[in-house]
Design a binder for this molecule. Structure first.
Ligand SMILES: O=c1ccn([C@@H]2O[C@H](COP(=O)(O)O)[C@@H](O)[C@H]2O)c(=O)[nH]1
Length: 278
């Protein structure tokens, strides 16, 4: 099977550098005239798939908003994943998993084994039990053409105290994560399968992203205050690897399908104006 990096590179070339999140906040359900229940969740996600599944490179369901409805919500997540795959977008499940290695193996099976009902193209993962503890995810992803996006410099203001703290060798915690992921992508062309999450809100932190060789997912755009122009400041010479990610900024245009498409087209145009063409 083709690697996730190769598939992502092609999807971005065909559809443009954009990831749209499915984050069915209670407030958004209300704004769309939907009840805050599983029926509302189902209608919301089906509408997003109809609007964006055949035009956006990557769609990122936020697992928390499905899990809060228990097993019925997870069933809708499974169905959403299938619908997105049928529509042709890559599915990045935002679950931010991390644990000791033996448990990470089970998470890897849940999301990166093609026989799982929750099988997706890629997942987000937390490195705070050590990047090495995520090895079972990296291994299963490599075996089945999947991807893993590891948190490095998150978009929330609380992240810096931990991520930008200095380790004994003088590097920041985030730089150690960046360096370990860079190693995993060595030699991969046109793009590695192991990405990093770097928020569009963090400004110029001086971190060296030049050797990552994989995709740089940039949340924090729109509702959290980041704009496409901030990508230049945050990513500098690594702009070509950036995958901008918007959730509420696009979703708040719904439930009208044409309006959702127009919102996605608008943010994609904003990003294209900043990012170098592939
Ligand atoms: O650093 C991070 C990592 C993940 N996220 C997630 O992305 C979306 C952002 O939603 P918006 O509506 O565009 O603010 C959400 O699912 C977060 O959990 C992030 O924001 N920052």
């Amino acid at each position: 099977m083709e690697s996730f990096g190769t598939r992502l590179h092609r999807a971005v070339a065909e559809r443009g550098p954009l990831c749209v999140g499915i984050d069915p906040h209670p407030g958004l359900l209300a704004r769309w005239g939907l009840a805050d229940d599983v029926q509302g969740l189902d209608r919301f996600t089906r509408t997003v798939v109809e609007a964006l599944g055949d035009r956006v490179a990557v769609v990122k369901p936020q697992s928390a908003f499905f899990e809060r409805f228990g097993s019925h919500g997870v069933a809708i997540l499974e169905s959403t994943i299938r619908q997105l795959r049928d529509a042709g977008s890559l599915v990045l499940l935002d679950v931010k998993r991390g644990d000791i290695g033996s448990t990470v193996s089970a998470y890897a099976s849940a999301y990166l084994d093609p026989s799982s009902p929750l099988y997706v193209d890629a997942v987000t993962a937390s490195p705070y039990l050590g990047v090495g503890s995520l090895a079972p995810m990296f291994e299963l992803a490599a075996e089945h053409g999947g991807g893993v996006f590891v948190l490095a410099l998150t978009s929330n203001p609380e992240g810096a105290a931990v991520q930008q703290a200095r380790t004994a060798d003088g590097r920041t915690v985030a730089q150690t994560v960046i360096d370990e992921i860079s190693q995993l992508n060595k030699g991969a062309t046109p793009l590695g399968s192991f990405g990093l999450v770097v928020g569009a809100t963090i400004g110029d932190t001086g971190h060296d992203l030049s050797g990552v060789g994989g995709p740089l997912l940039a949340p924090g755009l729109g509702a959290q205050g980041g704009g496409a122009a901030d990508l230049r400041t945050v990513f500098g010479s690594s702009l070509a690897s950036v995958l901008p990610s918007y959730s509420r900024e696009v979703l708040s245009a719904g439930p009208d399908v044409a309006a959702l498409r127009a919102a996605a087209d608008r943010v994609l145009a904003d990003c294209r104006a900043v990012l170098p063409a592939l």
